[in-house]
Write a new protein. Structure first.
Lengths: 336, 255
């Protein structure tokens, strides 16, 4: 019988490597030559709007779909040729919180444990451990039907962790959660990563990728259009900007003139706020305040702001991250 | 192989522990068949002539076969719900035996079908049904019922994986099963039907299974019906189980 601990984990095992993966649904190219890489113990964020191909990417990496072309290695195993072995090394939790509503929390986890090949007693013990860890001990003996959205999501994540997989796939783990449950989920994921789990996380939330992911791959229309650390992506959009809130919006043009020597490009102003890329970060605020003071411009607030991932997405794709496209396609992706 | 057996049992257990928690499902397995027996016997019974048998004796084997054909609906609806809820994705991401999700479902149907058959037999006995058979023949009758019901569960398993919603599983299932069971010897003698229907009824597997049940439980002439019922059941199983498993391997979540 295959066991969850077939061989000791090696350095290479907890990694994800995807090369040139293509997946069609009829005419639609859901994945159009995707490359991804995650090193052991890190979080790779797959960031993109609905229908970008995130769910399809997760489905090919978790052996649920066969790619039409390309190579996928997860935990050192080929996702097509070694699919059965790979399933012992991965955990999958999704936005649809796949738990059996008619079973209790404990029964759900015990069932998953037994389907990983654990004897009943071991699966039961593991279920109780996970219920305790996810703050579900009291709810564990009640059918999941009565759980809140956050509780269901925690149970779903617990189910993905039953066999202590070295690689975890989380498909939009916080979509639809209230802010408190979302924060709790973030902390849980951070805890898992601290324990050495490699996580691939899809999200359409920029703040989520920013907070959790070591590296981010921005995906749009089935292609990875950028990847790197959050900082690297922000740098691609340009450096830091000086943001000046004026006491009197009419003085915006005076600001442009006063700060022209230190500006990297023409300033942008709107509603009494002037944004301006600076040539040099150090001393920029002091210099700007001095120049504005000399020019007699009243300032309410001034600061150096890094571009957000929102700016990144807008610059890279020409459309906002959370804009919904007409052909709403995570739906279509889900079907065969 | 051992993995297939344990995984199948785990899934069967999953589908059975929910039963006591869903009163509506339990009603479907118990009260609904009783209601049909009472309606047929007391509403139609007086108007249907069944030479050689009282209508209760004639009806009970027929209605049990019809009931068992509908038993697989739970599989179709349950699998379709699992698709929508993402549970099939979870199962497919686990290192479990591929056919176990379907085999466990259909195995659970055998248990619920047994429950339904017992309820119907007891109801029949209360309102006047009599076995004209040895203990061995009665048991053989149970065996054929459960085998036929099991084979039909695989038809429903395929249906549940093919349709887009539980509602369409429901209507497609009814459209397929109702004519099959009604244009058979289940409720009326076949020779009372128009010629075209008689032709269909005679080759209908439901007629063959119902005739086998009457041969075993009432001592009616068996003809080829008993081995015919077994062959039909095995043929349905051999065709539909691989089709359903192949479909399951390729299936994706519906959302």
């Amino acid at each position: 019988m295959p066991s969850a601990a077939a061989s000791p984990p090696t350095q290479d095992e907890a990694t994800i490597r995807v090369r040139g993966v293509v997946k069609h649904y009829g005419e639609v190219r859901a994945l159009d030559g995707v490359d991804l890489e995650a090193t052991a113990g890190t979080v790779l964020g797959l960031l993109g709007p609905n229908g970008a191909g995130k769910t399809t990417a997760v489905r090919v990496m978790t052996t649920l779909l066969k790619p039409d072309a390309g190579e996928i290695h997860v935990a050192g195993l080929d996702a097509v040729r070694q699919a059965a072995e790979l399933r012992e090394r991965i955990g999958l939790a999704g936005q649809y919180a796949a738990v059996d509503e008619n079973l209790t929390g404990a029964e759900n986890l015990t069932m998953v444990g037994r389907l990983y090949g654990m004897p009943r007693a071991v699966a039961k013990t593991r279920a109780q451990e996970l219920l305790a860890r996810f703050d579900l001990t009291d709810a564990g003996s009640r059918p999941a039907r009565g759980y809140s959205g956050g509780m269901r999501r925690r149970l779903d994540l617990a189910a993905a962790l039953v066999a202590r997989p070295p690689v975890l796939f989380l498909d939009e783990p916080t979509t639809g959660l209230d802010p408190r449950a979302r924060l709790a989920m973030w902390e849980t994921i951070e805890g898992l990563v601290a324990d050495g789990t490699t996580v691939l996380l899809t999200t359409q939330y920029l703040d989520e990728a920013d907070r959790l992911a070591d590296r981010i791959a921005v995906i749009d229309r089935g292609k990875v259009i950028a990847d790197g650390t959050s900082d690297e992506l922000k740098d691609r959009v340009g450096g830091e900007r000086l943001e000046i809130h004026l006491s009197d919006g009419a003085q915006a043009s005076a600001v442009g003139a006063a700060l022209a020597p230190m500006a990297a490009e023409a300033p942008f102003s709107e509603d009494g706020v002037v944004k301006l890329s600076v040539k040099q970060r150090s001393g920029a605020i002091v210099e700007a305040v001095r120049r504005l003071d000399e020019a007699g411009v009243g300032v309410d607030d001034i600061g150096l702001k890094r571009p957000t991932l929102d700016d990144v997405f807008l610059t890279l794709t020409g459309h906002a991250a959370e804009e919904r496209t007409d052909d709403d396609d995570d739906d279509r992706e889900g079907r065969r | 192989m051992r993995r297939l057996v344990t995984d199948t049992l785990v899934i069967a257990e999953r589908n059975l522990v929910r039963l006591p928690r869903s009163p509506d499902l339990l009603l479907a397995f118990t009260v609904q068949p009783i209601m049909f027996v009472l309606l047929f016997v007391y509403v139609f019974g007086g108007a249907i002539s069944t030479p050689g048998y009282s209508y209760v004796d004639f009806l009970i084997p027929g209605i049990i076969v019809q009931n068992i054909a509908f038993g697989g609906f739970v599989t179709a609806l349950g699998l379709n719900e699992d698709l929508h809820k993402g549970l099939i994705d979870r199962f497919r991401s686990l290192p479990m035996a591929r056919p176990a999700v379907l085999a466990g479902r259909t195995l659970a149907d055998v248990v619920t079908n047994s429950l339904s058959v017992c309820v119907l037999v007891v109801t029949g006995l209360i309102i006047g049904f009599n076995f004209h058979a040895s203990a061995g023949e009665i048991l053989a009758g149970f065996g054929i019922l459960l085998l036929f019901g099991y084979a039909f569960s695989w038809v429903f398993a395929l249906l549940g994986l093919l349709v887009s919603s539980p509602e369409s599983a429901n209507s497609l299932g009814f459209i397929a099963v109702f004519p099959l069971t009604f244009i058979s010897s289940a409720f009326v003698p076949v020779d009372s039907m128009p010629a075209a229907l008689q032709w269909f009824a005679d080759i209908n597997p439901f007629t063959i299974v119902v005739d086998a049940m009457r041969a075993l439980w009432l001592g009616a002439p068996a003809g080829n019906s008993i081995w015919g019922a077994v062959v039909w059941s095995l043929a349905i199983l051999v065709v539909f189980a691989p089709l359903a498993v192949a479909r399951y391997r390729k299936t994706a979540a519906l959302r």
